[in-house]
Design a protein around this ligand. Sequence first.
Ligand code: F6R
Length: 347
Amino acid sequence: EKGGYDHFMLKEIHEEPDAVKKTIMEVSDIKKVVEKFPKFNRICFVACGTSYHASMIGKYLFEGIVGIPTDVILASEFEFSAGALDEKTLVIFISQSGETADTLKALRTANEKAETLAIVNVLGSTATREADHVLYTRAGPEIGVAATKTYVSQLTCIYLLAICMGQNEKLLEEIHKIPEYMKNALEKEDQIKDIAKKYKDAKDFFFIGRGFSYPTAMEGALKLKEITYIHGEGYAAGELKHGPLALIEDNVPVVAVVPPGESHDRTLGNVQEVKARGASVIALGSCNDAVLRSESNDIIEFEDEIRDLWSPLPYVVPLQLLSYYMSVERGIDPDKPKNLAKCVTVE
Ligand code: F6R
């Protein structure tokens, strides 16, 4: 049932291009839901964990493509910030399982005041029965505790929703290239395995990125914590100098997510700062980025020209693989990390 892979997690990472492709095929359902929408003046994403990181990217997309002010709220914090909701607000719940207790509680609160939409992977789950509108991600069942293919499917659905609401035909065409970019990212597996061996005994890891790469950095750090039990922190690259830089010393691994685009030069500047303090830099960037290569101890290069707006989908793949291989190297079962459950049904 693991299809020849050692673990479900690895199998599920390899299923990502297909999961994205299948979710893209849902575009007509997404259009139908969008047609029913009244005019909203605010969007609010609510989620936990990895689904929260997908929501963070949703904020950048909705503000950038649709031009609607957008908030992202952790489900467990929702009751403290639900005051300003009204019928002109669309509250979007992102949940793989559709059963997360914090998310369901927030959904029930939001239902009383605002229009609600649930984006869910599990058919017929509680969230799908309670939200005003439902969209499905088409990742198929995910067995590994760490969310991988469901995350990229959530992202795909959120991109499509923003594209449909913003009526952006050009982006709707571009999204079809993403599964191929992700397949190419999977080809870096052997190189990532070597990097995992090199850093498997590190105590602390930092992940940095700016703009669309900031949630990717957060997600890289969460995967690391979950399945390797190594302390990992995701930071907005610009925040480094406001505190965490004090923790950077010789050989501390810093994973830098540096796709080409608007934020590239500034993040590269942050890479130079940590490098100057002795950090071991593991960079993710374009194969044409000679400066980034020269600043990095290891670099995972993308041959495709992927602009930063699209980078969250292919760029998360090497980060998932890195945590997976580090977990295996450390003798942990990545499918069943300690203290964690696939579905968190308590508050
Ligand atoms: C991380 C992970 C968790 C979930 C979180 C929300 O790999 O799996 O952080 O993302 O518990 O779960 P759902 O999306 O089912 O609401």
